[in-house]
Design a protein around this ligand. Structure first.
Ligand SMILES: [Zn+2]
Length: 489
């Protein structure tokens, strides 16, 4: 296992301590020798907008000026090879990225066992030059770090090879092979650190948008397989596919491989209540008593509910997978629903409604940081689930982890988070709150937001002290009354 953060950082420090790092903003004296730079002004390669929602660089504990710096990923090209006889699955990936305006060691994540790593064509030593750092006190939020200080605003290429098994993150599946048939899906989770794209493919923080391609090869497959994805699928040859997404992030892509002969399918063009045509493709496995026709009708009916509430569907098409061995999850213009958990979690209708709302909020307007993810879960629950018990004199709850390197959405989002909206609605009105949230969501698909931006929006839209009181006590987890707002409406 690679979960030895302190040892890994120690090795990195041993390697780097001979070359003291300049201050974070000391960019003048550095060259661009590590880059594929063209000799132009290196600052021209900096697009601070792409890092404006990244956590700030942090000095690594125990160093004198060695900074961990987020990177701006531009493109990820990965190749996954599943050997169905030997079950020795492997991956490789090339990540093109830019460093930000501060000098430091670049961070990213991949929750698989790396077998080789190189930067800008130079092989790095696995033991001493690839490690983990835990900027956030909870090691689950750890990130990988390369022992190479990068000059500000330079362009780089990271290459990795790795073995593929069950990701080292909470709740993700193993790679299941039965009689030469692969049943595998990425099954991303937008709550836990390490459980987003980085579970299978190297990736960055949730705000970072980039192009992505994943080539998949199945070796020794016993039968036909189908590649299911919300990306564009290209058949490269027998047992070889390429899935691509022109513009996604670590929460958006979905990919699954399943035996072709067990799939049910429904597709067509749906005309929404606004008269706009939406192409759809749904796959089902074991839809049993429900039947694929019913699934199709349910999803399209629920889609219309949200079109009437929030306006035009913000994706070019709608894609869904409904069956066993999956999770209830939203992706870019796509959702998955697990038919096995219906008894536990309520009706499929409610689950479909919850995930579809995320096409507008979560995958449409989206949380900038993982910790802001409470908002879309809380709002989806407010709009689809039964009320919870939350009173003003209940103990404060910290729903939002204030640490900028936190990579977790707290589970209280589904209960306390829903309660936050209840308290605000009780003080104002359900109708006013729904209207204010619709205006917030309408800012646009792919538009990032922070918790404070939502608080400010609701404070100004509803003009009621309950907004700031509810956030103060049950989002920030603080006693007493909030201080004066940092904004004016
Ligand atoms: Zn959700």
């Amino acid at each position: 296992m690679e979960l030895r953060p302190s040892l890994a950082v120690g090795l990195i420090l041993a390697l780097l301590c001979a070359c003291p790092a300049p201050a974070a903003d000391d960019e003048g004296e550095t060259g661009t020798e590590e880059t594929g730079d063209t000799g132009e002004d290196p600052l021209a390669a900096c697009d601070p907008d792409n890092l404006s929602y990244a956590p700030p660089p942090e000095m690594i504990e125990g160093t004198e000026g060695l900074w961990a710096v987020p990177i701006d990923i531009e493109a990820i090209e990965a190749a996954l090879r599943f050997e169905l006889d030997s079950e020795a699955h492997t991956g490789s990936a090339r990540v093109q990225f830019r460093s930000g305006p501060e000098r430091g060691v670049p961070v990213f994540d991949l929750r698989q066992s790396v077998t080789s790593v190189s930067l800008d064509g130079e092989a790095l030593d696995l033991d001493s030059e690839l490690g983990w750092v835990t900027i956030h006190p909870d090691p689950e939020n750890r990130v990988r770090v390369l022992a190479r200080e990068l000059d500000p605003c330079t362009v780089h290429e990271l290459e990795l090879e790795y073995a593929i098994a069950r990701p080292d993150a909470a709740g993700l599946p193993s790679v299941l092979v039965v009689d030469g048939h692969l049943n595998w899906e990425m099954q991303l989770d937008d709550l836990d650190p390490g459980a987003r794209l980085e579970a299978w493919v190297p990736a960055g923080f949730v705000h970072d948008r980039h192009a992505l391609t994943i080539e998949v090869e199945l070796v020794d497959a016993a039968g036909e397989h189908e590649a299911l994805s919300n990306g564009e699928i290209e058949l490269l040859g027998p047992g070889r596919w390429r899935a691509s997404w022109a513009d996604t992030d670590s929460r958006g892509p979905y990919l699954r491989f399943t035996s072709a002969d067990i799939l049910e399918r429904a597709e067509g063009v749906h005309v929404g209540p606004d008269g706009v045509e939406i192409a759809y493709l749904f796959h089902g496995v074991d839809t049993d008593t429900h039947g694929m026709d019913a699934v199709e009708a349910e999803i399209l009916a629920e889609l219309d509910v949200w079109i009437e509430t929030y306006g035009a569907y913000p994706w070019p098409a709608l894609w869904a997978y409904v069956g066993t061995a999956t999770d209830h999850m939203e992706y870019d213009g796509a959702l998955t629903i697990n038919t096995l958990e219906l008894a536990l979690l309520g009706s499929r209708l409610r689950l479909v409604r919850h995930e579809l709302l995320h096409m507008w909020l979560a995958r449409g307007r989206r949380p900038a940081w993982a910790s802001d993810g409470w908002v879309d879960e809380a709002w989806a629950e407010y709009m689809t689930a039964n009320p919870v018990e939350l009173a003003w004199d209940d103990e404060p709850v910290e729903l939002l982890d204030p640490h900028p390197w936190a990579r977790v959405t707290k589970l209280d989002a589904y209960t306390v988070g829903r309660g936050v909206f209840q308290l605000i609605a009780e003080a104002t009105s359900d109708e006013a709150l729904r209207e204010a949230m619709a205006a917030f969501i309408a800012a646009g698909p792919r538009e990032l937001f922070t918790t404070e931006e939502l608080e400010q929006h609701l404070d100004c839209a509803l003009d009621d002290p309950a907004v700031r009181r509810a956030f103060h006590r049950f989002v920030y987890g603080l006693e007493g009354e909030p201080e004066a707002a940092r904004w004016s409406c």
